[in-house]
Design a protein around this ligand. Structure first.
Ligand SMILES: Cc1cc2nc3c(=O)[nH]c(=O)nc-3n(C[C@H](O)[C@H](O)[C@H](O)COP(=O)(O)OP(=O)(O)OC[C@H]3O[C@@H](n4cnc5c(N)ncnc54)[C@H](O)[C@@H]3O)c2cc1C
Ligand code: SF4
Length: 338
C-alpha cells in the first residue's frame, strides 16, 4: 500500500485542444512531461508523490481523441473514449462484444465513467512495492522486493519474469489482442501503427514501462478490423471481489467454429506476466480440433508450460490452465480442480 503523504508536488498543468498541440508540448518537455488521460492511475502516482513530473499534459480537452467511428470494414476508438462509452456503444456490442464484456468488468461504474480506453491499456503495474516508492528494479534500483523469501507476491507473475515479477493489470488488453486490434501511435516524426500484442512489453525489453510508448509519443486510437467481428467470444475475469477489483487473471478469446471444429482462434491471458500473453502455441494446437472439454484440457496444459510460481502464487497455474480450458472447451465441461 502506498503511504499517504501531504499534498501533491507542484507541476505545471498544460491543457492542449488538439493532438498537434499536445504533441508540441510533449516534444518541448520530453521526459519532464506526464500525459494525463482520465487520471485514475495518474492521480495515484501524483498524490502519493511517487512520480513528480514538472509538467502534466491533460488530454481531456482534445476532442479529436474521443469517440467511436466506423472506418473501412471496422472501427476506430479514440484513445480518450471512456470505458463506459465503449461498453454502451451499439457497434461494439453487436460486433466486438468481447471488448464490451472486458471493459464492463473493469473496476466500478465511477471509474469506468472517467477512465479511458487509452489509459486502461497504458496504465502501470499495481505491484505495491513499486507503487509505494520502494527502489526496486522497475524504479531504477537493483532488487525485486516481491521476489524475495519474505516478498508478498500472491498477485505477481508466473511466466516470463526477468528481474521484475510484476504483471500487467488491464482487462481490456487481452480482449484487444484477441480481436487483433491495431494501436495508432503519434510522435513528432509521424504515425506508427502496432498490433495490440506488440504494444505491450516485458522487462526483457524495458523494465521501466509496460508499453512501447516512448517519451513524446501519444496513443491516439485503437482500430479493430472486421476479421473477428461477431465470432464466438469468451471473456472471463477472476478477482478477489466481484466489484472494483483488478484481475488476478483473465482470459479473452475469439473463435470461428466450422461444423464442430475450431477453424480460427485468437486467445490471450493477462495477469500471468508483465505483458498480456497471446497464446500462439495454444492457437496452433487447437486449430482443426473440436471445441470440447478434451481440446480445452489439452490447451490448458499447454498454456501453462514453463510457468514458475513464486512463494504465494502457485494457485495461478491451475487458474490459468482452467481459464484457457473454459475459453475453448466451454464452462460446463471444465472444473476448477487443480
Ligand atoms: C480503484 C481502481 C480499480 C481499478 N480496477 C481496474 C480493473 O479491475 N481492471 C482494469 O483493467 N483496470 C482497472 N483500473 C484502471 C482504470 O480502469 C483506468 O483504466 C486506468 O487507471 C487508467 O485510465 P485513465 O484514463 O484514468 O488514464 P490515466 O490514469 O490518466 O493514465 C494512465 C497511464 O497511461 C498514460 N496515458 C493515458 N492515455 C495516454 C495516451 N493517449 N497516450 C499516451 N499515454 C497515455 C498516462 O501517462 C499514465 O501513465 C482501476 C483503477 C482504480 C483506481
Ligand atoms: S515485481 Fe517489479 S515492480 Fe514489484 S518490486 Fe519487483 S521489480 Fe519492483
Amino acid at each position: 500500500m502506498a503511504v499517504i503523504r501531504d499534498v501533491m508536488a507542484e507541476f505545471e498543468l498544460l491543457q492542449p485542444a488538439s493532438i498537434a498541440d499536445a504533441q508540441k508540448l510533449l516534444e518541448r518537455h520530453g521526459p519532464d512531461a506526464w500525459v494525463m488521460a482520465g487520471g485514475m492511475d495518474s492521480f495515484d502516482w501524483l498524490k502519493d508523490r511517487i512520480k513528480k513530473p514538472k509538467v502534466v499534459v491533460d488530454l481531456s480537452g482534445v476532442e479529436e481523441l474521443r469517440g467511436i467511428r466506423t472506418i473501412g470494414d471496422g472501427i476506430e476508438i479514440g484513445a480518450m473514449t471512456t470505458l463506459t462509452e465503449v461498453v454502451n456503444n451499439p457497434i461494439i456490442k453487436q460486433k466486438y462484444d468481447l471488448l464490451a464484456q472486458a471493459a464492463e468488468l473493469v473496476a466500478s461504474p465511477q471509474i469506468r465513467n472517467q477512465g479511458t480506453l487509452g489509459g486502461n491499456v497504458t496504465q502501470d503495474t499495481r505491484c505495491w512495492y513499486y507503487r509505494g516508492g520502494w527502489p526496486c528494479y522497475r524504479a531504477g534500483g537493483n532488487i525485486c522486493y516481491a521476489d524475495t523469501p519474505e516478498g508478498r507476491n500472491r498477485e505477481h507473475a508466473i511466466l516470463h519474469a526477468d528481474r521484475c515479477v510484476a504483471v500487467n493489470p488491464s482487462d481490456c488488453a487481452p480482449a484487444l489482442i484477441a480481436l487483433d486490434a491495431q494501436f495508432v501511435i503519434r510522435a513528432a516524426s509521424g504515425e506508427r501503427v502496432v498490433p495490440a500484442e506488440e504494444y505491450f512489453i516485458g522487462p526483457d525489453i524495458d523494465i521501466t514501462r509496460l508499453h512501447t510508448l516512448r517519451p513524446g509519443e501519444l496513443l491516439t486510437a485503437i482500430r479493430i478490423s472486421s476479421t473477428w467481428a461477431g465470432t464466438k467470444f469468451y471473456f472471463e475475469k477472476v478477482r478477489d471481489r466481484n466489484v472494483w477489483d483488478f484481475p488476478l487473471m483473465n482470459v479473452a478469446s475469439a473463435m470461428v467454429i466450422s461444423g464442430d471444429r475450431i477453424e480460427r482462434i485468437r486467445i490471450a491471458v493477462n495477469g500471468a506476466a508483465a505483458r498480456p500473453l497471446r497464446l500462439k502455441a495454444v492457437e496452433d494446437a487447437v486449430r482443426g480440433k473440436p471445441a470440447n472439454a478434451e481440446t480445452g484440457e489439452m490447451a490448458g496444459r499447454l498454456a501453462v508450460q514453463g510457468a514458475i510460481p513464486l512463494q504465494f502464487n502457485a494457485y495461478k497455474i491451475p487458474l490459468m490452465r482452467n481459464l484457457v480450458k473454459r475459453a475453448i472447451g466451454g464452462v460446463e465441461e471444465a472444473t476448477w480442480a487443480s
